[in-house]
Design a binder for this molecule. Structure first.
Ligand code: PEP
Ligand code: MG
Length: 588
């Protein structure tokens, strides 16, 4: 009988999940070599040639769709390297040899040869070769995916799985699979507000990270129970633990169902202040999740996911259809469409991205769009056309300076004029410290504002949101950060400019109370959190909590704020936290 084992990690998305371990990157980890009878060798060689040609073309398409001149590092794009490896005589020759001489199947030959390359690269020890080794993992998986799924279909699990990722967790790890079967993620590294974690949170998939030596501790197909409340990964859980999990799951689903039904109504504080609770969405069908959970509108559409895993930039008509779908589902409710925030941890495969040492500080979002105006124009045209007759707005991420903003705004007006259509309200996602500290100077020029706390906190604390080693520095209770948010809310409120928060902080029920205390009246959160935030709102007196918090905001000790949040949550909201099985203690 298999023995129960507990591995400790760090939870970055809370919850529990149970499934069979599925290794991403398994293509080169654990596999059994399969052979074919000798008379099938020619057929197998043809299959390899066919797949190799398709994959090469797939990488080439990325390169062809990009324009020249963005490769500042001079190292060549990743995609070029991949394309090149497809023709590499050592790689191609060895796979061919394994098939013809050892009678390996294509799959076994590709995996074996990739693994040998990886072992060699790893033993070289330098970071350059370590990068090449992860390139080989990517290439091997792409070849296997083309071989088994034709390359572009989503991999469909037939049973519940826990994804095991022996590297940094990335958005494509979720995007590439059918999410409803993913019950948890274990990874070597990932940040609490990384885009991969945000996606996992949207689909209620618990994530535990910071797990070293994964391969030697978990085996493929083993049953794994994730308990992300206790930071635990339980391999071969006991039958009691499985039964306890089933009971947890039932309570969880029931509480969510009741909440979602109840909170289709607008939310008011007991002293009568209306608080809008909007939803953040990443994929077009998420709009249904937003509706089902009673969102008052959509406060953030992360349109860059339209590009997920694509080989080419979607043309105007395709984007038009995409935005029209989301907008039509909204009827007359508000919808804020953010232009593509490419870069950081969301590299677009079709775009020739420079290899940057520090991508979150690099060529990202409007910095790309202002340089690649043809992409910007296509997206704006599609949004403006799709938005006609609806309550839509356009929001711009990563705006840093006023002159940059003026250029963006003017360009958007030019595009609307070209179409002969009215320009919608335009707003800024304040997430760069320089911009939010100077928010007053933007107010004459914007129609609305939102605060991107995920990036704002990473830039203020100089702590990469993707790096689990510095997760502990992500702390929305930091007094200096709260004072900046407070000032921004006040500045907008005084001028009558609507301001929301759409970073993860807004959807963390732990912090709803403090945001109300700062005077926030517009929250934009992952759909599943809409009913919970609305319910909390219905318990908190808006004016009273602002008065109470104002005395605390001058403190410099984070503990004072953290203690206050914990005490208030306990005092006013413990029944809600209990019903939804949410932690009342801070993440750290
Ligand atoms: C943010 O930075 O808080 C935000 C909402 O944008 P994203 O998480 O997509 O960077
Ligand atoms: Mg951001």
């Amino acid at each position: 009988m298999a023995t129960r084992k507990v591995i400790q990690g760090t939870a970055i998305v809370r919850g529990k999940g149970l499934g069979k371990a599925y290794f991403i990157g398994r293509a080169v980890q654990d596999f059994t070599v399969e052979t074919i009878p000798h008379h099938k060798v020619v057929e197998e060689l043809d299959t390899f040639e066919e797949v190799r040609t398709k994959v090469k073309q797939y990488y080439r398409n990325y390169n062809m769709d990009t324009s020249e001149g963005h490769d500042e590092s001079g190292e060549g794009t990743i995609m070029k390297i991949y394309e090149h490896i497809m023709d590499d005589p050592a790689f191609k020759g060895q796979v061919t040899e394994y098939i013809s001489r050892k009678n390996y199947t294509v799959e076994s030959a590709v995996r074996s040869v990739s693994k040998e390359f990886i072992d060699k690269f790893n033993s070289a020890g330098t970071s350059y070769f370590r990068d090449r080794s992860s390139d080989m993992v990517e290439i091997c998986e792409t070849l296997i995916n083309f071989l088994n799924n034709g390359g572009n279909e989503k991999y469909t699990f037939s049973e519940d799985v826990v994804l095991v990722i022996d590297r940094s967790f990335t958005p494509s790890d979720i995007v590439n699979y059918n999410v409803n079967k993913i019950k948890g993620v274990v990874s070597k590294s990932a940040g609490r507000t990384s885009h991969a974690a945000i996606l996992a949170r949207s689909y209620s998939i618990p994530v535990i990270t910071g797990v070293e030596d994964i391969k030697s501790r978990i085996n493929p197909h083993e049953p794994v129970l994730i308990n992300a409340y206790e930071d635990q990964i339980i391999i071969h859980p006991s039958s009691d633990e499985c039964a306890e999990y089933t009971a947890y799951r039932e309570r969880y689903l029931q509480a969510r169902e009741v909440g979602a039904k109840r909170w289709h109504a607008p939310a008011y504080t007991p002293d009568g202040v209306h608080i809008s609770v909007l939803a953040n969405i990443s994929f077009k069908d998420d709009v249904h999740m937003a509706q089902d959970n009673g969102a008052d509108g959509i406060g953030l559409v992360r349109t860059e996911y339209l590009l997920s895993e694509r080989e080419t930039f979607p043309d105007e008509e395709e984007q038009f259809a995409y935005y029209s779908h989301i907008i039509s589902e909204q009827n007359s409710r508000e919808i804020v469409i953010r232009v593509m925030d490419i870069g950081g941890d969301k590299a677009a495969k079709f775009l020739k991205m420079p290899k940057e040492g520090n991508p979150f500080m690099g060529w990202r979002a409007v910095r790309i769009l202002l340089e690649r105006k043809e992409l910007f124009r296509t997206q704006l045209r599609a949004i403006i056309r799709a938005g006609q007759g609806s309550n839509y707005k356009i929001m711009y991420p990563m705006v840093t300076s006023l002159s940059e903003w003026r250029e963006i705004k003017q360009f958007t007006h030019v595009v609307a004029d070209e179409l002969g259509l009215p320009c919608p309200p335009l707003g800024i996602l304040f997430e760069v410290p320089l911009a939010i500290l100077e928010i007053d100077s933007f107010l004459e020029d914007i129609d609305f504002a939102s605060i991107g706390t995920n990036d704002l906190i990473q830039y203020l604390s100089a702590a990469d949101r993707n790096n689990s080693k510095v997760n502990y520095l992500y702390n929305p209770a930091e007094p200096a950060f709260l004072r900046i948010v407070d000032k921004a809310i006040d500045a907008c409120t005084d001028k009558g400019i609507p301001i929301s928060i759409c970073g993860e902080m807004a959807g963390d029920p732990m912090y709803t109370i403090i945001l109300l205390g700062l005077g926030l009246t517009r929250f934009s959160v992952i759909p599943a959190m809409v009913p919970i935030v609305k319910e909390i709102v219905s318990k908190i007196n808006f004016l009273e909590i602002q008065e109470e918090l104002s005395h605390l905001l001058s403190v410099t000790e984070i503990d004072n704020i953290a203690d206050w949040i914990e005490k208030k949550n306990e005092e006013l909201l413990s029944d809600i936290f209990e019903r939804y099985q949410i932690d009342t203690v801070s993440h750290d």
